[in-house]
Design a protein around this ligand. Structure first.
Ligand code: AMP
Ligand code: ZN
Length: 118
């Protein structure tokens, strides 16, 4: 399957990987939209939140626990961060392999500004 994030998960395409385990790979976004911009992906190829099945219930739960662990590791847990799933083209999804954005590191709320969001 010709999927960039599968290749990153299999480490056949390079990425700045900061964490990996049996189910997930975590790496720096190549075009960061925040001072800290990390992507958390499952090794399993799932296109998007729209494509989750009942059998993925535990995987999606663990994905959030991985995000929590990474936030702590990057020392942004206390100050705060955003977790974002873009779903489908209308939701801004470009890469069709499930990924959770972890965004953090702003100095103030103005710098953090995303239109329509506090
Ligand atoms: P999305 O718009 O939710 O599909 O997000 C895809 C994200 O993947 C974007 O923020 C891109 O900057 C990022 N991205 C694309 N290619 C790479 C890559 N080779 N390594 C790391 N991040 C990437
Ligand atoms: Zn994939």
């Amino acid at each position: 399957m010709d999927c960039l994030f599968c290749k990153i998960a299999q480490e056949t395409v390079p990425a700045s990987i900061i964490y990996k385990d049996d189910e997930f790979v975590v790496f720096k976004d190549i075009n960061p939209k925040a001072p800290i911009h990390i992507l958390i992906i499952p090794k399993k190829h799932i296109v998007s939140i729209n494509h989750l099945e009942a059998e993925d219930e535990s995987l999606i739960g663990k994905m959030f626990l991985t995000a929590k662990k990474i936030a702590k590791k990057l020392e942004v847990a206390e100050k705060g961060y955003k977790l974002v799933f873009n779903v489908g083209r209308g939701g801004g999804q470009i890469i069709d392999h499930l990924h959770l954005h972890l965004l953090a590191g702003w100095k103030n709320s103005t710098e953090r500004n995303i239109p329509g969001m506090p």
